[in-house]
Design a protein around this ligand. Sequence first.
Ligand code: MLT
Ligand code: ZN
Length: 438
Amino acid sequence: MRMERASQRISQVARVVTDPSVAAGYCTDFTGRWRGSTPLVALPGDTAEVAEVMRICAEEGVPVVPQGGNTGLVGGGVPMGGEVVLSLRRLTGLGPVDVAAQQVTAGAGVVLSALQRHVRAAGLDFGVDFAARDAATVGGMIATNAGGERVLRYGTTRANVVGVEAVLADGSVVSRLGGLAKDNTGFELPFTGSEGTLGVVTAARLRLVPLLERRATALLGLPGVPAALEALAVLRSLDSLEMAEFFQPEGLRLVRGHTGLPSPTREEHAVYLLVECAAPRDPAPELHAVLESLHASEVVVAADAADRHRLWRYREAHTEAINARGVPVKLDVALPLGELPGFLDDLPSLVGGCELYLFGHLAEGNLHINLIGGQDPTDAVLRRVALSGGSISAEHGVGRAKTPWLHLSRSPAELAAFRAVKQALDPRHLLNPGVLVP
Ligand code: MLT
Ligand code: ZN
């Protein structure tokens, strides 16, 4: 009854979708693992409409799942309890690039690749980049504190946000879009990384970085992860190093089968390390000099931009190739670099009979453990990660998938503080119930 009344009221203040065949696209995640349902998808066109929708939901006591590009991988943006979906996709406003301040204001629904085109036209760039750039949105990236392929140089999304505008659970709006680099007037409200549980991000003031168009990219074939870590230690002497991504032969075979691409190397290797340098001046000579000192089993150097994108594809197509193989259990974890070899030695026995596809962001010790078939080994793997001082979620968030294991990475005092913040900002648990906060 309350849901019906809320739906009716929301449809008077914002565009909505109620046709189940259209709404279905907002109810299933990219992997197909999370399949929910909703009576209504609200598609507000500006912050005022988002505030109206939230005010109605608060008055009617109706729960809401905020959603961006729906590229999440932990069930954090899927209405698993029949909630209203609040899609921010229509908030696509992009302000002028402030070249002097190196900032821009972007609506929550701006897709990452659109943001990149906009700021690159002004000679600047955004420091966060990853494979889902054509679908992931600014709001979703902030809500999940997205990481990606350039964290080693520019940090995660958190480091690239100056201020956020958000709508709170009661429909009030809090806005910090002024772009002041210095503003110590109290603490920051913790929207970044809150996974839509504390407020609905509607816009952000983003920090930009210089556009570095001179790039040098290489794919290294190496005998194992210890050799890849040794190579990384040497590569890190390069100020221009921007990317150090790894994958393994099992994933590469899947990608090749899925894309039809030929082998990138003459021989098969235990580990492939994709590295990229970017600088105002051509970074190729310094990269090549370091590569020669590394004794890699094989090195393939990109000849031009097209070749660079071809090499990226071997790494970036892993997600879609794995999804095409089956519905995966995805464990996105981070370990201290020194713990990686020991953890990887133990991993095959922990995952039992599952097919294992491993890739990730080497510089942050961020492993994407993808498992298909067999018994779900999540508990054993995450406990082993915690034993090594790792994190049960490096960059995908906690969502619904990891809430039962959050205590492995966060202390009782921290979890109590999480609950207190949630209670203060969303006392009736209307925002993304069941996600992140236990
Ligand atoms: C990636 O690094 O490509 C993303 O985190 C997606 C994934 O893990 O599948
Ligand atoms: Zn990743």
